[in-house]
Structure formats: structure tokens, C-alpha cells
Ligand binder design. Sequence first.
Ligand code: NAP
Length: 325
Amino acid sequence: MKAVLCKALGPARNLVLEEVESPVPKKNEILLEVHAAGVNFPDTLIIEGKYQFQPPLPFSPGGEAAGIVRAVGEKVSTLKVGDRVMALTGWGSFAEEVAVPAYNAIPIPAQMDFSSAAAFGMTYGTSMHALQQRGQLKAGETLLVLGASGGVGLAAVEIGKAMGARVIAAASSAEKLAVAKAAGADELINYSEHSLKDEIKRLTGGNGADVIYDPVGGDLFDQAVRGIAWNGRLLVVGFASGRIPELPVNLALLKGAAVLGVFWGAFAQRQPADNAANFQQLFTWYAEGKLKPLVSQSFELAQAGAAIDVLGQRKAVGKLVVTMR
Ligand SMILES: NC(=O)c1ccc[n+]([C@@H]2O[C@H](COP(=O)([O-])OP(=O)(O)OC[C@H]3O[C@@H](n4cnc5c(N)ncnc54)[C@H](OP(=O)(O)O)[C@@H]3O)[C@@H](O)[C@H]2O)c1
């Protein structure tokens, strides 16, 4: 089978496409024939050796995939050969086949194509967990989403609307904000042109946002935290800006606010029943047309490095997908 390989840690242009042995699934694993793989921010980090998990070299990047089960290990009872599934792999998805533990794969709804499925699990799974279990977002509350046209950000906009919140989308350009608007955002903030803190105050009549969803960190976190409402919840999702911010905790005291960490991968592993319930709700909203995963660009397998570059250079909107077949 063909696989894109990271043979030495470094930039995406160093990735190579090679012929390698097909993986053999272990007792608890499935062998997935990959039809499409989603590109996510961790792919930019893992090839540089900057992510929290580091597979031994050489490895294929690609944290999630969608495709068809071609073989199952002897202890797998939940899936069978021929099933269409989406899977969280961590790495290994930028390849024609990948072996993955069965508990990390779930069946794809009949009406969802492989490309949408490859763009779904990580982003919607993360944002659902963030807004449901961590933020406890309620209908009528105000949700501020930073990086609102990105993978997890755009999913948070759609889920926020599905949960009945008033959604303020914040992003760095008019083009990116148009994407968030099309996904249902009620208000828009261009933080390249306006002060994020001032705009939050203006749009909330001085009250601030009840829930702030932050996958960006850095300077935007510093501003956003000053625009949180009384009893507000600040969701720490990621640090796409490259800087892990620090919080003067008097701000939490003054607003009676909570700072909540979001780690969807660990949640899915530790609370599988809650994660399954989240996906049931997500698939219901998908069937109702409330969630529309946006695949803005598709790349062939040989171009997976180019896809990682587009994301890392802050040029992606919605999701980028690598298609194998
Ligand atoms: N906690 C979890 O469980 C979890 C799960 C998945 C992902 N994440 C994290 O969430 C973050 C976003 O992931 P994603 O896959 O949604 O990425 P993405 O599609 O690239 O979106 C990231 C957004 O961040 C903004 N951004 C600001 N400064 C940036 C910079 N220097 N470089 C790139 N983007 C920048 C961009 O929007 P603007 O240009 O509009 O600012 C971009 O749309 C990452 O840090 C990722 O590790 C966390």
C-alpha cells in the first residue's frame, strides 16, 4: 500500500510518498481501507516533534480517517468487515490502510460521504464535548468562538446554534467571517481590524460572553478573558497561535468565572458512553441539516504535505481532506 511518511522530524515538504507493507490488525484492532483522511492542527505539530504524542520514526501523519473495514482482530465484536466507519487514529491516516483499535472507530451514518466523515469526528467531537460537558452551554446564552472559521471553531459555531445560543464568531479576515456567518453565526468580530475586548463589550451590552471557546490562545486569550460574563465559562481548547497564555486569576474571581480545560481524546477514552451519546446527538443534528461539515479543499495522498502546509500557514477554512480513492 502507499503511505505518506515522516522519516525525519521537520517541515511538511520533507514528507515522502512510499510503498510500504500493509499493517496487520492486532486482536482488538480493525484494518481500515482509508477513503479520506481529515487534516487537523496536530498534524502540523506531530511532524515537527512538537505534539504531546510522538510515534517512532518513520510514521505516517494523519489523525483521523474514514473508510471501509477490511479485516478485524479476533477480539473485535462491535464491527465487521464491510462496515463504513470514521476513526480516530492519532497518526497513520495519510495512507491507503491503517490499523486502529475498534473502540476508536464508529459507524458512519448512511447518508454521510467519506469526505464529510473524515472531516467530522475530531472537530465536532471536540466542540460538542467542550460546549456540552465542559461549558454546559444553555439556550439563550451568548457563546463567543475564536478562530471561528477553523476546524474546531466552525464546528463550535454550528453546535452552539443547534444548542440555542446566540453565537458571536471572531476571526482574522472578512473572508473567514463570511464562512462563520454562513454556518449560522449571529454576530461577527474581525480581530485583525478591531479590539476583541471592545467588540465583545459592544455586542453584549457590557455583560460579556457567557461561554468563550478558545482554540487560539496567545494575545486573543488575553483580550477575550476580559470580556467574560458573570458566571462565565472559558473553554481552553488549543493554542493555534503558538503561545500558551497565562491567566491573572483575579479575573476569574471578579467575574465568578470558571476556566475549563477541554481534552476530547482523553474524554472519549475515559467516558466512552458520554462520548457515544454526544455522537448520537451530533448525527441527529446532521440528519436534520443543522450540521454541515465544510470541506473547503481536497488533496490527493501525494499532496498531504501541501495540505498540512495550508493549515499551518493559517490559510485553511473549515476542513481540508486528503482523499485516497
Ligand atoms: N482540546 C482538544 O481536545 C482539541 C481537539 C482538536 C484540536 N485542538 C486544538 O485546537 C486548535 C485548532 O485546531 P484546528 O484543527 O481547528 O485548526 P485550524 O483549522 O487551523 O484552526 C485554527 C484557527 O486558529 C486561528 N489562528 C490564530 N493564529 C494562528 C496561527 N498562528 N496559526 C494557525 N492558526 C491560527 C486561525 O483563525 P484566524 O486566522 O481567524 O485567527 C485558524 O482558523 C489547535 O491548537 C488544536 O491542537 C484541541
